[in-house]
Design a protein around this ligand. Structure first.
Ligand SMILES: Nc1nc2c(ncn2[C@@H]2O[C@H](COP(=O)(O)OP(=O)(O)OP(=O)(O)O)[C@@H](O)[C@H]2O)c(=O)[nH]1
Length: 221
């Protein structure tokens, strides 16, 4: 196959990431596109772009154009322009921040409004981020599932910090947009194992523990 034939197989997909400030949108994009994570919070002003090429079953190369939209753009003039024409939307919230989940109604309304007259509406997924902080969860998983069922959304729980399910999320969204079914082996291959250091708390006599640790088995670092 010639180079030009190979290139012509590449598809470009636009995926926007929206949701409240500090829920982890930039971190998800960086984890997916650059395999990195930063603890420091730096607010996104306007938007940032990330590009990543992935291969879907059938040797289909797809370049994902990820639009990381700043949380402060809600209510601004530019948001509808950023969302317009997108094929995929990740509606992200922080599982430890209930307000970020509630506010998704507003983000979702904006997506629906922009696509009111679209013949090819985007594939939309609800993404609960920061699952490494499960012990601090304030948004129950059944609330998440109900929102997905009521609105026909894809559903993901991820951690930009540990990388858990991040690649899988983007891969499945791309596959859904293109109408490709991933088999079990392909899904399992994309699921990253969460690395956790075992912390042995049992060295301290139980009677001396004034503030017991939140988890007695392991901490996810
Ligand atoms: N523990 C944990 N922290 C995370 C995770 N994802 C993001 N963070 C932290 O949350 C803070 C906000 O992350 P960002 O990715 O900048 O959030 P954002 O949604 O892009 O924020 P805006 O730019 O304001 O829209 C940062 O301090 C990140 O390190 C995660 O999965 N787990």
């Amino acid at each position: 196959m010639s180079d030009s034939e190979e290139e012509s197989q590449d598809r470009q997909l636009k995926i926007v990431i929206i949701g409240d400030g500090a829920c982890g949108k930039t971190s998800l994009a960086m984890r997916f596109a650059q395999e990195s994570f930063g603890k420091q919070y730096k607010q996104t002003v306007g938007l940032d772009f990330f590009l990543k090429r992935i291969t879907l079953p059938g040797n289909l190369n797809v370049t994902l154009q990820v639009w990381d939209i700043g949380g402060q753009t809600i209510g601004g003039k530019m948001l509808d322009k950023y969302i317009y024409g997108t094929q995929g939307v990740l509606l992200v919230y922080d599982i430890t921040n209930y307000q970020s989940f509630e506010n998704l109604e507003d983000w979702f309304s904006m997506v629906k409004k922009v696509n009111e007259e679209s013949e090819t509406p985007p594939f939309i997924a609800l993404v609960g981020n920061k699952i490494d902080l499960e012990h601090m969860r304030t948004v129950k998983a059944d609330k998440h599932q109900r929102f997905c069922q009521e609105n026909g959304l894809g559903s993901f729980f991820v951690s930009a910090k540990s990388g858990d399910s991040v690649f899988l999320c983007f891969q499945r969204v791309a596959a859904e947009i293109l109408g490709i079914k991933l088999n079990k082996a392909e899904i399992e291959q994309s699921q990253r194992v969460v690395k956790a250091d075992i912390v042995n708390y049992s060295q301290e006599p139980v009677t001396r523990m004034v503030n017991p640790p939140r988890s007695s088995m392991c901490d996810i670092q």
